[in-house]
Design a protein around this ligand. Structure first.
Ligand code: BES
Ligand code: MN
Ligand code: MN
Length: 471
C-alpha cells in the first residue's frame, strides 16, 4: 500500500481517540438508546417484525460508520447482518461477531422502568439488551467509526451480527457452514461476556456448553377433581417434582449415569491459577440476598459456575396457577431443564443420557416425553496466539492492569462452531459486569464500560495489526 495515498496512517494516536470518544459520547449514547428501544426478542414470534427492524437498523449503522457494503440476510428464522470494510487484502482481517436479539423482558412488573424505554440512572443505561448484547455489540460499530473517521483503521474488518443467539444460533450455524470463504478472517472478536470489576479487567477463556430439554409428564387422560380422585391416581406434578429432585444427590452430584464420563479433569495447577481471580463469598451472598450457597461438594463457588457441569430447572408448570384456588389434579406437568456442559462433554450425548435416564426413573403410572431444544459445545480458547496477546495488551493500556484469564459459566454456542468450521480462534472481549443483570429485570450497562470498550476495541485492532506484522 502506498502510504502517501493511503488514508490510513501507520500510527495510532491515543490522544485523538480519547478526544473523539469524548466529543461524540452523547451521540454514541443516543444511538444506543435508539437501538435499545426496538424490542428484538428472538424467542417470541410475536416480535418477529421488531427483530427484522432491528437488523435493518444495524445494517444502516454499519453503512453510516463506513463499511463498503452491508446486507441483511434472511434465514429460516431471524435475519443475519453482514458488513465489511476491506482496505487491503494483504492486511489481516478481524471479524466482529455479536447479537442484536435480546431475551424476553418478563417478569415486567419487576422492572423499575419499561424494558424498551431506555433510561440513564447512576451512570448506567437501563434496558433489555443494554449489556447483552446490543450495548456491547454496538461498541464495535462505534470503534470502527472512530477508526474510519480518524483514518486509523489498521486492518480489514468484517461484521457478523445475528438475531438468534438467545435461542441457540441455529440459522447462523447453517450460514457459517455455507459461507466459509466469505467469513474467512484471522481472528474473531466478540464482546458478549463480562469483566470481574471495572478496576479488575479479565478475559473469558472458556465457555460452558449447553443441553436444553423440555419434559412432559402425563398422568390421567384429563384433569380431575382432586377430592374425588386425590390419593389414588398419579399426580404428574408431584411425580415430576420427585423425578427432578432425584437428579442430584445430597452432595450435589448429578445422578444421570455416565453424565460425568467425558468431563475433562482440571489439574490442580489450573485450579490454583483460576483461583487467583478475586472472589468474595460474603459479597456474592449479599448481592444475591441469599444466606448460603449450594453446589457440588469439593468445589468452590467460582468453580461450580465455570469448570463443572450442572443441571437446573428453568421453568416448571402444570395444573392451576391462576388467582385463588382450584381443586384439581392435572393431566400434565412440564419443566424446562438446562444442563451446562464443560469440555469434553457433548450436548447430543448428554441429551441422550438424560432422556434414557429420565424415561427410566418414571414410575409406571405416568408417561414421559423429552423434547430436546438447542444446544452448544463447551470450549476452551487458545491464549497462546497473537489475538490473545493483542487483547491483553489493549486492556493493559486502557485499564492499566493485566487482564486475568477466567472461565465463563455462560454459553455462546456459535464460538465452538467458528473454530470447527472456519478454523478461526475467537477472543471473548467482553466489558459487562455481573451486576448488569443480564437475562433479569433491570438489565443495565455502564456508560463507563460502553466508552471504555470502544476505546479498548480500537486499541485491539491497532495492536493486532502491529503484532501480525512483526510475526
Ligand atoms: N452473553 C451471553 C453468554 C455469557 C454471558 C457468557 C456472561 C459468559 C458470561 C449469551 O447471550 C447467552 O445468554 N447465551 C445463552 C445461550 C443460549 C440461549 C443458547 C446462555 O448462556 O444461556
Ligand atoms: Mn449475549
Ligand atoms: Mn444472553
Amino acid at each position: 500500500m502506498n502510504s502517501l495515498l493511503s488514508p490510513y496512517p501507520k500510527k495510532y494516536n491515543m490522544k485523538q481517540v480519547k478526544e473523539y470518544v469524548n466529543a461524540n459520547k452523547q451521540r454514541f449514547i443516543d444511538e444506543l438508546i435508539e437501538l435499545l428501544s426496538i424490542p428484538s426478542v428472538s424467542a417470541d414470534p410475536a416480535y418477529k417484525k421488531d427483530v427484522a427492524r432491528t437488523a435493518e437498523w444495524v445494517k444502516k449503522s454499519l453503512l453510516d460508520a463506513g463499511v463498503d457494503k452491508a446486507e441483511v440476510i434472511p434465514t429460516a428464522f431471524h435475519p443475519i447482518v453482514y458488513g465489511e470494510k476491506i482496505i487491503d487484502k494483504k492486511l489481516p482481517t478481524v471479524m466482529v461477531y455479536g447479537h442484536y436479539d435480546v431475551q424476553p423482558p418478563d417478569p415486567l412488573d419487576l422492572w423499575t422502568s419499561p424494558p424498551f424505554k431506555p433510561v440513564i440512572k447512576n451512570g448506567k443505561i437501563y434496558a433489555r439488551g443494554a449489556c447483552d448484547d446490543k450495548g456491547q455489540m454496538y461498541m464495535h460499530v462505534k470503534a470502527f467509526e472512530l477508526m474510519m473517521r480518524n483514518k486509523m483503521l489498521p486492518c480489514n474488518v468484517k461484521f457478523l451480527i445475528e438475531g438468534e443467539e438467545e435461542v441457540g444460533s441455529e440459522s447462523l450455524g447453517v450460514f457459517v457452514k455455507k459461507n466459509k470463504a466469505k467469513l474467512q478472517s484471522d481472528v474473531i472478536l466478540i464482546s458478549d461476556t463480562d469483566i470481574i470489576a471495572n478496576d479488575i479487567p479479565s478475559i473469558n477463556v472458556g465457555l460452558r456448553g449447553l443441553s436444553y430439554v423440555q419434559v412432559e409428564v402425563t398422568g390421567p387422560n384429563r384433569d380431575l377433581h382432586s377430592g374425588v380422585y386425590g390419593g389414588a391416581v398419579p399426580n404428574p406434578i408431584n411425580i415430576l417434582c420427585e423425578m427432578i429432585a432425584s437428579l442430584k444427590d445430597k452432595d450435589g452430584h448429578i445422578t444421570i449415569p455416565g453424565f460425568y464420563k467425558d468431563v475433562n479433569k482440571v489439574s490442580d495447577k489450573d485450579r490454583k491459577e483460576l483461583a487467583r481471580a478475586p472472589f468474595s463469598l460474603k459479597e456474592y451472598k449479599k448481592d444475591l440476598g441469599i444466606d448460603d450457597v449450594i453446589g457440588e461438594k469439593g468445589y468452590t463457588t467460582p468453580e461450580r459456575t465455570s469448570i463443572r457441569p450442572t443441571l437446573d430447572v428453568n421453568g416448571i408448570w402444570g395444573g392451576y396457577t391462576g388467582e385463588g384456588s382450584k381443586t384439581v389434579i392435572a393431566s400434565k406437568a412440564y419443566a424446562k431443564i438446562s444442563m451446562r456442559l464443560v469440555p469434553n462433554q457433548s450436548p447430543d450425548k448428554t441429551i441422550a443420557l438424560f432422556t434414557k435416564h429420565f424415561t427410566k426413573i418414571a414410575p409406571k403410572s405416568v408417561k414421559v416425553k423429552v423434547i430436546p431444544f438447542h444446544g452448544g459445545d463447551p470450549l476452551l480458547l487458545d491464549t497462546k496466539f497473537v489475538g490473545y496477546a493483542a487483547a491483553e495488551k489493549a486492556m493493559i493500556t486502557s485499564f492499566g492492569k493485566k487482564p486475568i484469564p477466567v472461565r465463563g459459566g455462560g454459553s455462546i454456542p456459535i464460538v465452538a462452531l467458528f473454530k470447527k468450521e472456519l478454523k478461526t480462534d475467537s477472543i471473548l472481549f467482553g466489558f459487562g459486569l455481573n451486576s448488569d443483570n443480564i437475562h433479569s429485570p433491570n438489565e443495565s450497562y455502564g456508560i463507563f464500560n460502553y466508552l471504555k470498550g470502544i476505546e479498548t476495541i480500537s486499541l485491539f485492532h491497532q495492536y493486532y495489526a502491529e503484532m501480525r506484522k512483526k510475526k
